[in-house]
Write a protein that binds this ligand. Sequence first.
Ligand SMILES: Cc1cc2nc3c(=O)[nH]c(=O)nc-3n(C[C@H](O)[C@H](O)[C@H](O)COP(=O)(O)O)c2cc1C
Length: 250
Amino acid sequence: MKIVIVNGSIKKGATYETLKVIENTLTNQGDYDFEYIHMKDLELGFCKSCFRCFLEGEDACYQSNQVKVYADMLRQADGIIFSSPVYAMNVSGAMKNFIDSLTFLFHRPELFHKKGMAVVTTMGSHSKDNVNYLKKVLSAFGVKDTIKLDITLFGRPVSHEKITTKIEKSARKYHHLLHQKTKSPTIKDLIWFSMWKANTQIEHKADYKYWTEKGWYKADYYYPVKINPIKKLIGRVTYKFLISVMPVKS
Ligand SMILES: Cc1cc2nc3c(=O)[nH]c(=O)nc-3n(C[C@H](O)[C@H](O)[C@H](O)COP(=O)(O)O)c2cc1C
């Protein structure tokens, strides 16, 4: 199995050390290949907020060649690990720009049936909100099942026994997740699907084309899956409500 690991720190510091413990633990559990995307090697300028990826497609981005390299790495992975240190209460600026540059995947998600792991290291604060943020980003890209690992160092090294034990435990949990079937969508997943189903009809031409080609305007979810009828109804009612209040195409 191929695991793509995004090191959201611009150095090989505590976050990288945490990722290495995860890599070693997974290696002891099964047959894995690892590929890293390090923020320090990233050849990526800032997202310019031109909206061209939404309107015309990701090939219209001013740095589409670089964006494609990273998007393709994620597309080819079985498992995706997003990580970041907490800097000023948030994910690192580099990690945020990496995510911004791939935001077209929120509008046109593709990374279904891959398993995610969200990892955050911090000295003392804001690990929980940032690990939740990384999980939400993975979910928006299509990765529904994600393990969370938040490490608060309080001045201790990653090699501290308690910290290493916590990382190894999460990595073993991730190993099991990697071998499980994707869970069926939750009500929240279905509401988000309905939200994007309506949103992509508001002058986002590339999104509209993609959603039409995928047949998603006629679907209850991104891929065929058994959905509880009550959850399905909630998704459909949400969509009906949204298209009645949003300025979507006729
Ligand atoms: C610029 C900067 C801002 C930071 N902001 C916070 C913060 O808001 N809260 C906190 O608990 N730790 C903060 N830290 C500490 C880092 O989260 C912590 O040392 C982290 O493990 C560093 O990971 P790294 O070595 O992979 O970069 C900050 C560190 C830096 C360099």
